[in-house]
Design a protein around this ligand. Structure first.
Ligand SMILES: Nc1ncnc2c1ncn2[C@@H]1O[C@H](COP(=O)(O)OP(=O)(O)OP(=O)(O)O)[C@@H](O)[C@H]1O
Length: 314
């Protein structure tokens, strides 16, 4: 596990990302003209605990609330009830201190910037956060602006402040060392996703949230990109929450697979958590096929069970 810049966890910092009783509904609360409420419960009261440094995948049928859960952890959605704690901080505090990296399905690279500049942009866009972070490293009294609300909240929450990663080294590690000057339009889909991975790791956040990042890739590219991600993750041990529809992908990458149920009118809920005890370092070629299949079968069975409404007989 990567240690915080201060060497260990701060006073207010915890070793877990905790989602507690978090629920989320969409739509209008008042009744429509036809008399029925248009409010839909996307997530019921969801509880989830992720240990620092773990790789956790979330899998479940379409509409069960996987992305909603991820967006709540990212602070992009607020739960109607319940709470989210990122190692003791609120999602807003964690994202202000650049501790959350979010990677959507589409790489969202800036088309006019080179590969290298697309990774470096993390630093430019977050210059304000960087200044605050540097000031926090030196102590709250060391800079004029350090007495501001952000610095105060950082000190209060004991946020660990990570150093920046070297974008060139990251891109080289992801096999893009020869493509630094290319534009995104000159890259394949797999290469674009690897730039997005480099950008996500470049933030050196404590949590990396990935929403079906490889779903648009062909099978071969998907597998090699998974291997690249595994290699990087094994080095950095960032806490990852990874949404996927692929059972195999979830098994190959994860320490734990969270199986969700719901959707189609049912509130999303966590139906099961399956620990994956395959040895690391993991690479596709190194994994024992029978062991992978066993986990795949177990998760498929959990998904089948989860399709039945809660309380229904087999
Ligand atoms: N911004 C929104 N406004 C209204 N309804 C929403 C919104 N976001 C999600 N929903 C609804 O909440 C439910 C859960 O959606 P969510 O995208 O979290 O599911 P998901 O499991 O990620 O689905 P998929 O696997 O298809 O991406 C769905 O019924 C969806 O229609």
């Amino acid at each position: 596990m990567r240690e915080s810049a201060s060497g260990d966890l701060g006073a207010a910092e915890t070793a877990e990302l905790v989602v507690e009783g978090a629920s989320k509904s969409y739509g209008r609360a008042e009744s429509s003209r036809r008399g029925a409420s248009e409010r839909r419960v996307a997530l019921g009261a969801v509880d989830l605990r992720v240990q620092r440094g773990r790789f956790v995948s979330v899998i479940g049928p379409s509409g069960c609330g996987k992305s909603t859960l991820l967006r709540m952890i990212a602070g992009l959605e607020h739960p109607d009830a319940g709470s989210v704690s990122i190692f003791g901080s609120t999602p807003a505090e964690a994202s202000e201190a650049k501790r959350i990296a979010f990677m959507p399905q589409v790489p969202a690279l800036l088309p006019w910037l080179s590969v290298l500049d697309n990774v470096k942009i993390v630093d430019r866009v977050n210059r304000r956060a960087n200044r605050r972070r540097d000031a926090l490293r030196r102590g709250p009294e060391s800079a004029g602006f350090a007495a501001g609300a952000g610095a105060a909240s950082g000190a209060r929450t004991g946020l660990a402040l990570a150093p920046e990663a070297d974008p060139v080294a990251l891109l080289t590690e992801l096999g893009l060392g020869d493509s630094l000057k290319l534009l995104p339009g000159e890259l394949s889909g797999g290469m674009q996703q690897r730039v997005a991975i480099a950008r996500a790791f470049a933030t050196q956040g404590d949590v990396l949230l990935m929403d079906e990042p490889f779903s648009a890739l062909d099978e071969f590219t998907r597998e090699s990109t998974q291997d690249q991600l595994l290699k990087l993750w094994e080095e950095w041990r960032t806490t990852v929450v990874f949404v996927t529809h692929s059972v195999t992908e979830a098994v190959v990458l994860s320490d734990e697979v969270v199986v969700m149920a719901g959707g189609r009118g049912e509130p999303g809920r966590i139906a099961a958590i399956v620990p994956i005890e395959l040895p690391r370092p993991r690479r596709r070629g190194l994994l024992e096929a029978a062991a992978v299949h066993e986990y795949e079968d177990r998760i498929r069975a959990e998904l089948q069970t989860a399709r039945r409404p809660p309380g229904s007989a087999e």
